[in-house]
Design a protein around this ligand. Sequence first.
Ligand code: SF4
Length: 826
Amino acid sequence: MFGTQITEFYESRDSIAHIWGYRTPYAGEGQWPVRVDERALADADHWVQSACVFCSNGCGLDIGVSDGRMVAVRGRAHDRANRGRLGPKGLHGWEANMSPDRLTRPLIRTSSGLRETTWQEAMALLVERSQQVCGNGSALGMAFYVGGQLFLEEYYTLAVIALAGLGTPHLDSSVRLSTAAGAAALMESFGAEGQPGCYDDIDTTDAILHVGHNVAEQQTVLWARILDRRHGPRPPRLVVIDPRTTPTAREADVHLMPRPGTNVAVLNGLLHLIIQAGRVDHAFIDAHTTGFDRLKEVVARWPPSRTEEVSGVPEGKLRAAAEILGTAPTLVSTVLLGVYQAPQATAAAVQVNNLHLIRGLIGREGCGILQMSGQPAGANAHETGCAGTLPGFRNWANPAHVRELARLWKVDPIRIAAFGPPTPVVDILRYIEEGSIRMLWVIGTNPAVSLPDLTRVRRLLDQPGLFLVVEDAFMTETARHADLILPTALWGEKTGTFTSADRTVHISYTAVGPPGEARPDLDILLEYARRMDFRNRDGEPLIGWSDPEGAFEAWKACSAGRPCDYTGLSYARLGGGPGIRWPCTADFPAGKARLYTEGTFPTTAGDCESYGHDLLTGAAVTPAEYGLEDPGGRAFLKAADYVPPLEQPDDEYPLWLTTGRVVYHWLTRTKTARVKELNAAAPEAFVELSEQDAARYHVTDDQWVEVRSRRGRALARARVTHILPGLVFMPFHYGGGDPALGSRAANELTLYEWDPVCKEPWLKYGAVRIGRVREVRGIARLLRAVGRGLTLGSLAVWAARLLAKGGGRAHPELSAAPPDARAAAR
Ligand code: SF4
């Protein structure tokens, strides 16, 4: 399947400093040279097939095992995602499995705190509390919130338990925080989820557009592929839209730096220039889309001068970007959190789809759209119905789709919780606050750090009357609030499959056993279903499988005939191979590289995963409305005008806040903070600000600063960079610190607002102010002195000392803080 290649082995001891490794230039599909990256702590007895479980790139790797312990990883040379390469998280992250603080026994909360217990007692309590909550015949008191790193088999089992076993629609995933907008954009434009293109498109494309996607740090191996194209013959042009000068942006031919919250304005400005110049494929538009006239009318309101006024992107740069995007014969576009976690997320992501549709750049080699999935198994959460739609990309508002599931599961359609859209986590929190949800089961995710407005989240997790179950491998910030903790196996300690952002399915086999009494999530879910005695209408167990392969076969039946059709896949076919893309069917036994090759989209009323929404208000299109204008297989060109966010910088909070990732950590650092090299490279949160703002607020590099918003406050050291003046950046990975004294968590600051279509929170947007910590601490001490009732004379002496010193002493906690991240990273 691949061309003749040179295979080189790369001993990746310096993978922390050189995160993309050396260059292997190339051009042409299938021509990316092999480079096998390996990291070993000891010689392996044998190797076990797997794939990296950190990001959605899905790099194939083998786990080296010696004496029942993981001792090494190496990239799989012929895997289609990475051709042997691994990034720093792939090479080092597995060491978290050996962390001495793994949870090994279930824990139950008592009046004196958490105590260890047996699985027998833990499962009995879980079932007892579930039955209490569902005692009135309704399961609406129960909710599930699951991470983006489970295996497909676990997600599907959970979906059947929640939707048909219990009958609750309160099932959501942390992918709601990362890529819900991408999924929604695919549904709004093409009728259903599924990436139109694949990573192979990088190999031949003439141009690449990254919108809000710092691929160099988020998906280091995909970036290595792009860099290798850029260093080879016929390099693709590169356009990057990002308010920060990231490593991705530094490589760009054209870098647009819009003000936060203005993505729709910039993308409308680009579409306007491309349409105005006549650089559109009218034949494709006429034959395969609907809505072009409306789109043309809306984007015409965005001439370069107005776009510059609103977004701050200079007219000349906008024109330079439009020139590349309007003339490239082929184009790959990728979109991620800079769009998805910002205001108007779905509307902006849809405009990237529109760019490809009006130019006819879809369904053929070199023309991929990657509305990126961030988490490694995020795609599976969507496919199986754990993240906002029904299993198999079925439409909850289509009774025929619900009946299909009912037939498959042998239950009455009324039993399936499809009386409304699956509940997004922002509404799950609201129902907890109102007291209608009384049991929350959190699996493999850490909302006490990752959700916005953490003060509120902590309060709700501790809310009297809520029974909180946490299933995790570590004592996370969320687990500390739990009533019941179930210890789980990690990747490498269980078998299952997961699907990367370009639809490639990988299998990951058990390499070693979990520590202590920790168990795979699938085992826990299966035992729960057994104890709850869920049955179908024939009186048989609702969950008819007892192991991962059985769950996979059940899922295949569920996916049959849907866009994500897995029926041609099997454990046997995935074993030993390079990963296989769905749809994989009798017609496409090797999987299909690209969707929509015939220009036909799953938009008919009977097919579509969603009837769509108004992009500005989020109002859902009704089945009747959709039926009146059934597009019959055409894609939608949906227009959206720019709407300014309500919270804007003002005198009190004069700066924009944005949040994001650093390359060495993943999500809330539950695993990466436990890996010595990764943590040493980035041990602490930081606040990035421009030279202009540093001068304005008298902040110097490395100085501790406080960032404060209307929601809360966080402390971190300053990092002065070339970021857009008026904007500050904090990585979102870090929890820790005492919220009362100074948390490191960026989400103390973020807004409890979300996109009206996909319900993804605005984690990358808010207004803040900054202050030097020494000054802040001095004032705080002064206020405490007032609280202690000191005399006015004493206060005068105190204030004089404070002024003479230029502030109070740094807080002891800060003095003891670990060294700066960059020193180690360098
Ligand atoms: S690019 Fe992603 S999947 Fe590949 S090794 Fe890095 S973290 Fe893992």
